[in-house]
Design a protein around this ligand. Structure first.
Ligand SMILES: CC(C)(COP(=O)(O)OP(=O)(O)OC[C@H]1O[C@@H](n2cnc3c(N)ncnc32)[C@H](O)[C@@H]1OP(=O)(O)O)[C@@H](O)C(=O)NCCC(=O)NCCS
Length: 178
């Protein structure tokens, strides 16, 4: 375990095979990364007061912050952060205590707050703000602050959700060979 991937209260991040973690990122505590995940420069993933799970082939791009909310008297589970498979999280996003399904693109600079559920196959525009506890319906584009459903996704966009994740798997393999 390197210094930027480190334990907290005896819990060490679990990293599956073929994962790329840039050395400038910080991964702390109860964090699990699935196969072929990529973590790009300056990402912070802090699994201290709850846990973070990231599914296979998901990429978390530069400057993104991942954090969670602790359990409490009025919120027994708190808000862990769950990110599914084949998800692209663009540059400089904030994902806090939310649940994302599979094949999602989170546009650059988006903010997703506690208790939000993003269903499979959703495109979130750059700069969107998703307020607490909203549910984003599968198959739609959401944009704005606060984000609104803009339109159904085109078939080409649905295909791109998966392709974007695969592009990042190829790119991180090139980085692993450097
Ligand atoms: C939303 C997005 C998908 C474009 O969708 P689109 O339907 O093709 O939108 P258009 O470019 O035709 O623009 C339609 C309208 O939405 C507005 N718009 C475009 N992107 C927007 C965004 N992110 N937030 C708010 N409004 C946006 C346009 O200004 C335009 O408004 P107008 O009709 O008043 O002129 C794209 O702008 C976007 O945000 N992509 C995310 C890219 C990204 O962050 N990728 C990750 C990088 S690794």
């Amino acid at each position: 375990m390197t210094s930027h991937v480190r334990s907290f209260k005896g819990v060490t991040p679990k990293v599956a095979n073929n994962v790329y973690i840039d050395k400038s990122s910080v991964i702390v505590g109860d964090v699990e990364l699935g196969e072929d995940v990529s973590i790009w420069p300056l990402v912070a993933a802090r699994g201290d007061v709850n846990f973070i799970r990231i599914g296979d082939r998901t990429n978390i791009q530069d400057g993104t912050v991942l954090h969670v909310t602790r359990k409490g008297e009025h919120n027994l589970d708190g808000f862990p952060l769950l990110i599914g498979k084949d998800v692209t999280v663009g540059h400089k996003c904030m994902l806090h205590g939310c649940t994302l399904g599979d094949r999602i693109l989170v546009g650059m600079g988006a903010i997703i707050m506690d208790g939000v559920v993003v269903e499979d196959d959703v495109f979130i525009g750059a700069g969107a703000l998703i307020p607490p506890n909203k549910v984003l319906e599968s198959g739609y584009l959401y944009v704005g602050n606060p984000a609104k459903q803009a339109r159904p996704l085109k078939e080409s966009e649905k295909a791109f959700l998966k392709q974007s994740a695969l592009n990042y798997v190829v790119l991180k393999n090139e980085y692993l060979q450097e």
